[in-house]
Design a protein around this ligand. Sequence first.
Ligand code: A2P
Length: 285
Amino acid sequence: QTILEAIEVGYRHFDTAALYQTEQPLGEAISDALRLGLIKSRDELFITSKLWCSDAHHDCVLPALKKTLKNLKLEYLDLYLIHWPVSVKPGEYELPVKKKDLVPIDLKSVWEAMEECQALGLTKSIGVSNFSCKKLETILSTAKIPPAVNQVEMNPMWQQKKLRKFCDEKGILIESYSPLGAKGTLWGTNRVMECELLKEIAQAKGKSLAQVCLRWAYEQGVCVLVKSFNKERMKQNLDIFDWKLSAEESRKISQLPQFKGFPAGEFVSDDGPYRSLEELWDGEI
Ligand code: A2P
């Protein structure tokens, strides 16, 4: 129902993942939207899904994508992402992962399998999520198809300036997840929605704090993935295109102190492939 409401309001890009267990309901909603005539053809939508860590092994990638497509009842994805630069032993689909199951990811061979998926036409494009500049460099050093996208946490409290500059130079589009800080979730933080500066700017402009965050991300030239189950907030979150932040407001936001909401310590272990957050993020934390 939420997806149908989002389509009615005007959303066309939906982001799911094998891990989220939202592929099936999204697929059902897409079928319903076609049946109800909310959209005329599947091509009007942009659908992203992600390869979970337990399938981040060369021979597991194609079967994982086929399962994702079956869940979604689709013939192709628009974008398929490696969810994390992490492999765990095959078979487990849960977060937190068991630390004893963490194994080093072979980026070269996993990326080759992603390229095969695109060559087969099962996805229009391929990319990654939660990758540092260094890990992107590793992929770029052998890739035949460079990643189209790096989907990462990005909001005014975690602006990703270094990564954005790198991705701009390489022609990799940044997608912002948790653009509002994902308040109240396992991976979220209250700092964004409680930021005094953002409150002041919102009040001065007669906009909501969420709209200020979304407009800010949009003005940075990134793709923004915002989530709401509430139709009024869905509408509000789309209403960011006929006004802008002043240079002074942007300057003040750019100086906010930085805090990563989701460091992802679950992927760090004393005897695993990443022994510290520094190693997982290659110092970009
Ligand atoms: P709800 O579904 O009740 O609207 P993020 O996109 O950073 O992951 O944040 C998602 C969270 O932010 C959800 O809890 C969502 O709750 C809430 N949210 C989405 N849009 C707004 C908005 N315009 N104002 C306040 N909270 C919002």
